[in-house]
Design a protein around this ligand. Structure first.
Ligand code: F6P
Length: 349
């Protein structure tokens, strides 16, 4: 019985490979990273390169995102070119935010470069700006593209996790723990700003994990009065120090330094400090979760292109690799978990 299953497995694996080769359209894939870098991008590049090697097709690394695409900054990569990078933060392919690619001339130039190098399809690792560029490029030139969501913000629809989100959260929690040590030693109130322009995933999760008194996110305007009230309440209940986690895109109407001033003026008994965590949240070795996710996404991206699929993003939905049309990934909303809001309220009692 076991032999029968094994032979069947080998055979089905073999036939699926034959199927790929018979489709035969895609012989060279280009991969690039674009927009804000995130931990796990290297692991994704490694996965795409190795999946191409597995299928006996060539893979080109494209440097500096769309900038390198327009300049023909390509390098043929094999399985060994990506050794020792799974654990590295940043991106060996470099990244950029390109204004030139927003123009028709820029995209035409990119197309000419791809044609000249006989590249048949692209894997774009990045966020919504990257996907918008890829989608327009696909529409204009009917060029096969596949997206891998790489951004710490987790603000992409069609995946429960973007690459780097898990690692960034761990980095932030470590920072909050450290700030808490000094906050409690001096009986201080700290406002800690974390990344998240449009969504509050990082703030909400790390605020709960770091034991924050309040969490300010773009999705919810807590209001200054309620914030001060809540801080007064927690002081009354015996707390001597407090942490408030603020997402950079928070809608309370004041930036984090103005918040400090407001609280200074409207609350007695707290020595207030501000800590902006900034770009350190984007660096560091990817977590185990991000490495596995990146490996799965790279394989799925190459498999899908070879199956003739295009203009999709690969994502994690219910622990399965699924495809979402790029258009939906860009326009759809990545929603925060409302249950977490309630949990955070209860925890700050
Ligand atoms: O998109 C990821 C992100 O880290 C945002 O959270 C942040 O607002 C932005 O990038 C910062 O971008 P830049 O690298 O241009 O400073």
């Amino acid at each position: 019985m076991t032999y029968v299953i094994e032979i069947w497995f080998l055979f089905s694996n073999f036939t699926s490979k034959i199927k790929y080769y018979m489709s035969g359209k895609i012989k060279k894939i280009g991969v690039f990273t674009s927009g804000g870098d995130s931990p796990g991008m290297n692991a994704a590049v490694r996965s795409v390169v190795r999946a191409c090697a597995y299928h006996n097709i060539e893979c080109y690394g494209i440097y500096r995102g769309y900038e390198g695409l327009m300049d023909g900054d390509f390098e043929l990569m094999d399985a060994r070119s990506v050794k020792g990078i799974i654990n590295k933060g940043g991106t060996i392919l470099k990244s950029a935010r390109s204004q030139r690619f927003r123009t028709k001339e820029g995209r035409q130039q990119a197309y000419e470069q791809l044609k000249a190098n006989h590249i048949d399809a692209l894997v774009a690792v990045g966020g919504d700006g990257t996907f918008t560029g890829a989608m327009i490029f696909n529409e204009e030139f009917n060029f096969p593209v596949m997206g891998i969501p790489g951004t710490i913000d987790n603000d992409i629809f069609g995946t429960s996790h973007t690459l780097g989100f898990d690692t960034a959260q761990n980095t932030v929690v470590e920072a909050i723990d450290k700030i808490r040590d000094t906050a409690s030693s001096h009986n201080r109130l700290f406002f800690i700003e974390v990344m998240g322009r449009d969504v509050g995933h990082i703030a909400l999760n790390t605020g709960i994990a770091g034991g924050a008194e309040e969490i300010l996110i773009p999705e919810e305007d807590l209001g200054l009065e309620r914030l001060v009230e809540s801080l007064r309440r927690s002081k009354k209940s015996g707390k001597t120090s407090s942490i408030v986690v603020v997402a950079e895109g928070d809608k309370i109407g004041k930036n984090i330094f103005e918040l400090k001033e407001y609280v200074d003026e409207n609350m007695e008994g707290y020595d207030v400090r501000v800590s902006v965590l900034g770009h350190m949240q984007r660096g560091g070795a990817p977590s185990c979760f991000d490495r596995v996710l990146a490996s799965r996404m790279g394989v799925k991206a190459v498999d899908s292109l070879l199956e003739g699929k295009t203009n999709y993003m690969v994502g994690l939905i219910n622990n399965k690799m699924e495809l979402t049309p790029l258009d939906n990934a860009i326009k759809g909303k990545s929603k925060i978990n409302l249950e977490l809001l309630r949990v955070s309220d209860i925890m700050s009692t």
